[in-house]
Design a protein. Structure first.
Length: 92
């Protein structure tokens, strides 16, 4: 599954199901029409342009009951635009 190099957020689907979390309010709050990408194991959100926007989303996810690192994380760094990043589950 693709992940945005601009403060992409990866959420475990299992956490969403276990905690009965609907991401629609987060998509609406951050003006996303759809996920950046998705797989059987993960949902990818982004891009977030700047750390403040990603931090705001992190707080929104925590308010929904998700835990940083255990249920989701922010992918960030200084990367060239010609690189593409993907996330895989060990089971995939």
């Amino acid at each position: 599954m693709r992940v945005s190099s601009d403060f992409g957020i990866i959420v475990r689907r299992e956490a969403l199901e276990d905690k009965h979390v609907d991401l629609y309010p987060v998509l609406t709050e951050f003006h996303f029409e759809r996920y950046f990408d998705q797989s059987n194991a993960f949902v990818s959100l982004g891009p977030f342009f700047g750390g403040d926007a990603a931090d705001d989303c992190m707080r929104s996810l925590e308010k929904l009951g998700l835990s940083y690192i255990d249920d989701f994380f922010i992918f960030t760094g200084d990367f060239p635009k010609w690189c593409r990043f993907e996330v895989f589950s060990p089971a995939e």
